[in-house]
Design a binder for this molecule. Structure first.
Ligand code: ADP
Ligand code: MG
Length: 372
């Protein structure tokens, strides 16, 4: 197979090409390059790819390409763990289908009136995006029929299993045609997912996408040259200039986080510190306050970065340049989540330069110099 580099190589319909153009989407991400041709060939896929690398279009585009718009049957079912995600996927699909006349999608999620959702189903959507519990409920009440679908997507499969949806997924497998295409997307592949794939997806193609900075299309990455002693001042200035009120400042050590936290407070910026020595109870409390916007800056070490799943973080700062290349990707992945864009600023002092250059080589990013 020739290498795919552009959306044109993927042989998409003019309607989808126009929508992508309209959205300013130029180059397919790695997961899109790999998953779209397979799914358009009716192959089932088990795809592991980091968060924020464009998985929604990876399954959304192939689905839109084969839909029979004249049919009144549900043809594709997308399962995901949360209501927010279901709504977000539905919105993204509608954007992608902007020029496809007669496209209908519905989100079926808990917490919304069943009557309202039954009305949505009467409009005969070809695509349903749902959380598992609500979907099963509606199928059992015969408010929706999923017995003719071509494609079942399990999005964020690891999260769905973590939330205890395993039995629901098994039930939905049984409610849908045996020979359907299944596309499973996940950021991680824990044991329980392997059980599912072994049971239901023996013929699937496996895709494993390694973290790459070029696959984070929505993060603007900058390097800021500044002397070590001016790093804090520089962060404060950038926050004012960019009007940022929800950011993370990453440091390499606990000692530095405490120092930076104090300096920010002294500079009149509301900040809290999180590192590995802070107990889980306090951590949860700090995270709740951060989510609720009670303070602007979270100062953190990498140890706690993994647990930070907040959707509207506007930017991250590397106060210290991370000691490992991989950590750079984990850090920037905290921003630009849930369909939002984000910024990453790396503060590079003279002694940081070799480390930053190594990260750039390894991650193949192309950060832009930032003038404060
Ligand atoms: P994931 O599901 O892998 O976490 P998403 O599908 O939510 O990622 O995509 C993250 C963001 O990137 C979304 O805002 C989406 O619109 C955007 N996006 C997706 N594919 C591309 C692309 N090829 N080029 C630019 N932006 C893209
Ligand atoms: Mg996703």
């Amino acid at each position: 197979m020739d290498e795919i580099k552009t959306f044109a190589d993927l042989d998409l319909s003019p309607e989808v090409m126009d929508a992508l153009k309209k959205m300013g989407v130029k180059r397919p991400t790695t997961i899109q390059q790999k998953a779209i041709p397979l799914m358009m060939d009716n192959v089932s896929v088990i795809a592991k790819a980091p968060t924020g690398t464009g998985k929604t279009f990876a399954f959304g585009i192939p689905i839109l390409e084969y839909l029979n718009l004249d049919s009144k049957l549900v043809q594709a079912l997308i399962l995901c763990p949360t209501r927010e995600l279901a709504l977000q996927i539905t919105t993204e699909l509608k954007g992608l289908a902007k020029y496809i006349k007669g496209f209908r999608a519905a989100a079926l999620i808990g917490g919304q009136s069943m009557r309202l959702q039954a009305e949505k189903c009467q409009k005969k959507p070809q695509v349903i995006v749902a959380t598992p519990g609500r979907l099963i409920d509606m199928v059992q009440r015969k408010l929706v029929d999923i017995s003719d679908i071509y494609t079942l997507v399990l999005d964020e499969a690891d999260e769905m299993l973590k939330m205890g949806f395993i039995n629901d997924i098994r039930k939905i497998m049984a409610m849908t045609p045996k020979d359907k295409q299944i596309a499973l997307f996940s950021a991680t592949m824990p044991r329980e997912i392997q059980d599912i794939t072994w049971q239901f997806m023996q013929d699937a193609a496996e895709i494993d996408v390694m973290p790459k900075a070029e696959d984070h299309p929505d993060i603007d990455q900058y390097v800021v040259d500044c002397p070590e002693k001016d790093k804090l001042k520089t962060i404060v200035r950038i926050m004012a200039k960019e009007d940022l009120t929800k950011v993370i400042v990453f440091c390499n050590t606990k000692v530095t986080t405490s120092k930076v936290g104090e300096m920010l407070t002294a500079a009149g910026i509301s900040a809290r510190v999180l590192h590995g020595d802070i107990g889980q109870g306090t951590r949860n409390k700090v995270m709740d306050q951060y989510r609720a916007g009670k303070f602007d800056v979270l100062v953190a070490t990498d140890v706690v970065a993994r647990g930070i799943d907040v959707d509207d973080i506007e930017a991250i700062f590397n106060y210290d340049i991370p000691k490992e290349n991989e950590l750079y990707l984990h850090r920037i992945g905290r921003t630009a989540r849930a369909g939002k864009s984000g910024k990453a600023f790396s503060l590079v002092a003279y002694l940081d330069r070799p480390r930053m250059e190594e990260i750039i080589r390894y991650t193949k990013i192309d950060p832009v110099p930032y003038e404060v």
